[in-house]
Design a binder for this molecule. Structure first.
Ligand code: KG4
Ligand code: ZN
Length: 358
């Protein structure tokens, strides 16, 4: 069911290292989507430096917003509302996006919607397909900062039924890439290296976590120990020294073995969630890690005709909408509007590094 009210939302996203703005009509139609990534800056450091990210956002944010309006062919008068990510994320990064959104809302006299970043990742799926995922649904949110299974009964209604107890899956990809000497961000570089590798070469353990929760710090350590053992080096060898000793084939085999294990762990938990919530009609992947092709193939193969033999459609965001972008923020804000959420007071908007979706 679509609500065609012609609502055009200018949405801003700056929670990590992408400066992004988009204009979205009625939650599903992308009029523009501008993303300026800072990955090139951070590739050489092997991770994001928060202070540098905030400064880069500051330089990019106004040109990015102007470009989003220009690409949409709209003037500020034609924008109905402003949306922005206000949590979770890096404080300095969030601050630049929210200050910009607050300023525009005040100057232009538009309502302001402050959205949760994970909500936006889930709603990227409404932008990606001609059809909407049916409720109730189970969403696997897998990003650089989060790994959660979220149950949605209806729009803008979220219950966290599983979460990581330590590292997030994206963080684990990034840390394993660093051990293997592959560039940041680790997800895409592991996926690329794995293309030449044998996924069954190294046996890596599945964590023993009860229920629907996850744990990824053990998997990262297991890769570290396996690399040390393969190279015949003591466990006291610092992780940053290992990459020099790995051959291209060993690197590719480790990348493929790790990727396969990580994907299997995620899918096994989602299977358990399906058995705990057999009434769920669809499965929705969300977040940067959901761009992973091996994960997509495994998910379609094992989850579509689920562990209970029931067909459930599996949704993935379009690859360009899996990572951080403004379009998903505009979609999330629109579904807040139609769910009756009131706009935020721009003078009172606050940011937070970690807040549960709700
Ligand atoms: O959702 P996202 O763009 O930002 C956060 O909200 O954190 O996710 C970023 C994470 C990074 O850890 C990155 O390595 C991972 O998503 N990622 C991937 C792939 N593309 C990005 N992980 C696995 N496979 C990929 N193809
Ligand atoms: Zn994200």
């Amino acid at each position: 069911m679509w609500y065609n009210i012609g609502m055009k939302i200018l949405a801003i996203e700056s929670s990590c290292d992408e400066t992004a703005a988009a204009v979205i009509e009625d939650g599903v139609k992308i009029l523009s989507n501008v993303v300026v990534s800072q990955v090139d800056i951070f590739a050489k450091y092997g991770g994001v430096i928060p202070e540098v990210a905030a400064r880069s956002h500051l330089e990019a944010i106004l040109p990015v917003v102007e470009k989003a309006l220009e690409d949409a062919g709209l003037t500020k008068e034609e924008i109905d509302a402003i949306a922005v990510t206000h949590t979770p994320g890096l404080m300095g990064s969030l601050l630049i996006g929210t200050l910009t959104a607050r300023m525009l809302a005040i100057l232009w006299g538009k309502p302001l919607y402050a959205t949760h970043h994970l909500k936006s990742h889930i709603y990227a799926n409404w932008l990606s397909t001609g059809e909407a995922p049916e409720f109730p649904l189970l969403s696997l949110v897998i990003s650089g900062g989060h790994t959660q299974i979220i149950y949605m009964r209806e729009h803008n209604n979220f219950e966290i039924i599983g979460t990581t107890r330590d590292d997030a899956i994206g963080e684990c990809f990034d840390k394993v890439a660093k051990i293997l000497g592959l560039p940041y961000p680790g997800g895409p570089s592991i996926a690329k290296a794995a293309l030449e590798g044998d996924a069954s070469r190294y046996k890596l353990p599945h964590p023993k976590v009860e229920g629907l929760d996850f744990s990824f710090s053990g998997l990262k350590t297991a890769v570290l120990r396996a690399v040390q053992a393969e190279l015949g080096l003591p466990i006291t060898t610092p992780s940053y020294e290992l990459k020099e000793h790995l051959s291209e084939q060993q690197r590719a085999d480790f990348a493929a073995s790790f990727q396969a294990t990580a994907c299997d762990i995620l899918i096994d938990k989602l299977k358990m969630a399906v058995l705990a919530h057999p009434e769920a009609k669809t499965l929705v992947f969300a977040g940067g890690v959901s761009a992973n092709q091996v994960l997509r193939e495994k998910a379609l193969k094992t989850l579509q005709n689920g562990p209970d033999g029931v067909f459930r459609k599996v949704y993935f965001p379009a690859p360009r909408l899996a990572g951080d972008n403004g379009a998903m923020v505009g979609a999330a804000a629109y579904f807040e509007v139609i769910s009756g959420v009131e706009p935020t007071d721009p003078y009172a908007l606050s940011i937070a590094p970690r807040t549960a979706i709700g």
